[in-house]
Design a protein. Structure first.
Length: 446
């Protein structure tokens, strides 16, 4: 029994055997902690300054808009230049933003425009950070450990949904928002250190291209995605989650805590932590699996359950019931993203990883559209009715997708190497629009 338990634990955390991945994981976990603490602190700060749901949604939109505008360029940059240097540069910008907010809050001179300006700067850094960090994962682990690495990455993110959000909520009791930002600036120093300690062979973390420009790289990326139907379908499906799903956490969780459940400012961190509990459990489940045979089918199932959870939250009047349902929603989103990342990395060539992952970042850049829609719904209908509309919309759109492309999505399969990137990433799929996707019989590695 003990040997079986040790084997299971070793299987779950096997990607952490690799030094560069350990450093990347610790840095990502610290980075995630600051993101969740910032999400709670920034929401509290803008509500303190304006007491407006619309202003809250506009701040979220400002922070995420750069991903929409720079996401694709960031992917091309990730494939062309030194990834480690890009990562450190983005982390330094984020550190400066958090330190600035700490200073203006602690000195009592903070104004609304400070919140928006730092949201824009931090969002621009995040636009370049995400595709670089995602495209570094296959460089730090062998292909057989890729899904485990992606899942452990999600586990760190999920753990910090609990730790980061709850930590911010707890810290807001004895400290002000400025104190929270001082702590997050300190965490970023640790994140920069872990990135600096990563070691790659010379030139391995960049792709040198002297004969082509950035826009040629973008054109090549679009042509590659157009020739690989799986990438376009999975990315398009993710639009539903990013536009109609993620605003539940950034807009509705703070409003549920402060307006509906009357929990006060610290309650924002508690409810954010509840979503993190589910997300943490979901990511550990994925990390412990040696193979997910049909991740495409799982995507649609997850989306339907997620939409149903949001509808149920809108009808739930108790704190415990709301927290449990938020945990379900958190579990569905993190497993959905683990499946999506694994499919995109598996079905793309290594030299295209940055541009392919930036396409997902472009989806993420549309979250502001959902955030503004959510704020408008709250103003017009109230918190609970607005959340009901979002959940019902997710379920309805997923049903439409299932009717139109369900067979193709359901036939997306793992390559048998735990969603590794070697089996399908040989060439774009020369398949017509109708037949289901089939595994590459040639197999092979990179």
């Amino acid at each position: 029994m003990r040997s079986r338990l040790r084997g299971s634990t070793s299987q779950t955390f096997r990607a952490l055997r690799h030094r560069n991945y350990r450093l990347l994981w610790f840095g990502q976990t610290g980075h995630s902690a600051t993101l969740w603490m910032d999400q709670v602190a920034r929401a509290v700060l803008i509500l303190q300054l304006t007491d407006s749901a619309v202003m809250l949604s506009l701040v979220i939109a400002t922070r995420l808009a750069p991903i929409l505008f720079f996401g694709l360029i960031a992917g091309a940059v990730a494939d062309r230049y030194d990834k480690k240097r890009i990562l450190m540069s983005t982390q330094m910008v984020s550190t400066a933003c958090h330190a600035f907010l700490a200073i203006v809050c602690l000195t009592g001179v903070v104004e609304t425009w400070h919140v928006f300006a730092t949201a824009l700067a931090a969002g621009t850094a995040m636009a370049f950070n995400q595709p670089v960090r995602q495209s570094l994962i296959p460089m730090t682990v062998p292909k057989e450990d890729l899904l485990n690495a992606v899942a452990l990455n999600s586990t760190g993110l999920s753990f910090m949904r609990i730790g980061g959000g709850a930590m911010a909520g707890v810290l807001l009791i004895p400290f002000s928002v400025g104190g929270v930002y001082a702590i997050t600036a300190g965490i970023y120093v640790f994140v920069i250190l872990t990135t600096w300690m990563m070691q790659f062979s010379e030139g391995s973390s960049r792709k040198k291209q002297a004969d082509t420009g950035i826009f040629s790289d973008l054109k090549e990326g679009f042509a590659y995605i157009a020739a690989t139907p799986t990438l376009g379908i999975v990315t398009a499906l993710a639009l539903i989650l990013f536009v109609f799903g993620f605003p539940y956490q950034q807009v509705f969780v703070p409003l549920l805590a402060t307006r509906t459940l009357d929990m006060g400012e610290s309650g924002v961190g508690f409810l954010a932590g509840a979503t993190g509990v589910g997300a943490f459990a979901g990511s550990l489940f994925i990390a412990s699996r040696s193979n997910i045979a049909r991740p495409g089918l799982q995507l649609m199932i997850n989306m339907l359950i997620f939409g149903g959870a949001l509808v149920a939250i809108s009808l739930q009047a108790t704190l415990i019931g709301t927290a449990i349902l938020l945990a379900v929603a958190g579990s569905m989103t993190v497993t959905y993203m683990a499946f999506t990342n694994g499919i995109l990395l598996e079905y793309s060539k290594p030299e295209m990883h940055g541009r392919v992952m930036s396409l997902l970042s472009l989806d993420r850049g549309l979250i502001p559209v959902g955030a503004i829609l959510s704020g408008t719904l709250v103003q017009a209908m109230g918190v609970r009715p607005g959340l009901f509309v979002l959940g019902a919309t997710i379920m309805g759109l997923t049903a439409i997708v299932a009717l139109l492309w369900g067979r193709r999505i359901a036939e997306i399969r793992s390559g048998g190497v735990v969603m590794g990137h070697g089996r399908h990433a040989i060439e774009p799929e020369p398949q017509p629009a109708g037949p289901p996707l089939e595994a590459n019989p040639a197999g092979g590695g990179r």
